[in-house]
Design a protein around this ligand. Structure first.
Ligand SMILES: N[C@@H](CCC(=O)N[C@@H](CS)C(=O)NCC(=O)O)C(=O)O
Length: 219
């Protein structure tokens, strides 16, 4: 049985969880929170940063959400792989996965971490820098999604697994303007996907902990 360390509210755990649900892979969940110190201690040893998700499969440990998804493609589940087997198509899948991780999730997380600090330790530049980065990402993504259903290769895959948490939380932290119709339609399409709707539902009990939500987003 696979073991996965994570937290139901955490973006990079969502990314892996969506792939697990899509591919119908059974696993045992190990919660990383103050009530399970043994799990936090375990991932401090298993991952260089003590971050999750971490997958343990017998004597093999895999860290980093994208590597975990590629490991699942190879070893677990019968559904089509999240990264296409054909390397020519895999390029676009990995490109879009990185774009969501680095240019949407990244700036959004910087904003969140900054407001979670004590007020006297906040960096006054972070919000401007992060929202400028998100502005650029939203403009580019709006162009990308005109005429596209999924993020890469017209097939649901790894990039959609990373897009779901990135766009879900980024829209809370720094709302996507209403005239970005293609990007809004894509975000809505993601939220309708059963694997993603399930992940969003399972995270509901922790929503109040997200510090930048305000009243701006109903979902
Ligand atoms: N590059 C890593 C990022 C992992 C990451 O940022 N994990 C967050 C949860 S979404 C985490 O462990 N946060 C807790 C911490 O940093 O202590 C991946 O793709 O798995």
């Amino acid at each position: 049985m696979l073991h996965i360390y994570g937290h139901p509210f955490a973006s990079f755990y969502w990314k892996v969880l969506i792939a697990l649900y899509e591919r119908e892979v059974p696993f045992e969940f190990l919660m990383v929170d103050p009530e399970h110190p043994e799990n936090s201690d375990a991932i401090k040893l298993l991952s260089p940063t003590g971050q999750f998700p971490v997958l343990v499969d017998g004597d093999r440990t895999v860290i980093e959400s994208a590597a975990i998804i590629e490991y699942l493609d190879l070893h677990h589940g019968d559904a089509p792989p999240m990264v296409p087997a054909d390397p020519r198509f895999a390029i676009q899948a990995r490109q879009m996965d990185s774009i969501f991780d680095d240019y949407v999730q990244g700036p959004m997380q910087r904003m969140v971490f900054n407001v979670l600090r004590d007020e006297d330790r906040r960096d006054p530049h972070v919000a401007d820098e992060a929202t400028a980065a998100l502005d650029k990402a939203y403009v580019w993504l709006e162009r990308w999604f005109k005429g596209r259903g999924w993020a890469a290769n017209d097939t649901f895959g790894i990039a959609d697994c990373s897009a779901a948490p990135a766009l879900f939380y980024a829209h809370w932290a720094y709302p996507i303007a209403p005239n970005y119709e293609a990007l809004h339609a894509y975000r809505a399409r993601l939220l309708e996907r059963p694997s993603i709707a399930r992940v969003v539902d399972e995270a509901r009990p922790w929503r109040a902990y997200f510090p930048l939500k305000g009243d701006r987003s109903p979902d």
